[in-house]
Design a protein around this ligand. Sequence first.
Ligand SMILES: O=C(CO)[C@H](O)[C@H](O)COP(=O)(O)O
Ligand SMILES: [Fe+2]
Length: 228
Amino acid sequence: MAAQINPSILSADFARLAEEAKAVQGADWLHVDVMDNHFVPNLTLGVPVVESLARATDTPLDCHLMIEDPDRWAPQYVEAGASSVTFHVEAAAAPVRLAREIRAKGARASMALKPATPIEPYEDLLPELDMLLIMTVEPGFGGQAFLDIMLPKIRRTRELIGKHGLQLWLQVDGGVSASTIERCADAGADVFVAGSAVYGAQDPAEAVRALRAQADTATAAASWACDH
Ligand SMILES: O=C(CO)[C@H](O)[C@H](O)COP(=O)(O)O
Ligand SMILES: [Fe+2]
């Protein structure tokens, strides 16, 4: 699979969301950061905006819910038009039930881990998921510096995916840019969220293409991908 680049509209102009979505035509997904000012110290957007965005763009929406009580809210984001819904395991009361509900409603189910949350306790849950998101910054804000200390977790997660013969995607989110994406791909990530690196560029669509080319080259040389 070619590397997937998901621009984060957190770094876009919120007064021009439809245009900003179109500015990254060619992106695999549009990453939509939902923050509730409780799970993280920031507030962004909710179900009505996701409904409008889903109507405004053909790019599928990858909703990253940084909210409390995702068990209650995540299904509503599927109904609003999200094709992939990510909940944080730290906030979910019943992650297996929630992942099954998201899938049953027709979206890809994804679970996120904050930097201090290890993957090992969740090894048995991986078959329930279509994607696992490893945060490479503390969630809450765009434009933060990439946390290199997350690379071993990405590597260990890629090993678990291989060990169980799973198809789930491994997404990284936070500080992904031209100077960090190769390390993420080498460690085993195959889906890359990029906010400031895409929307801060002169030509966002070109930034998506360049990041994908960099990730593809690094993946082709990576031991985890060569084994397959
Ligand atoms: O979930 C997020 C922050 O909590 C964002 O998706 C992420 O930070 C993207 O922005 P950048 O690429 O600028 O770091
Ligand atoms: Fe995100």
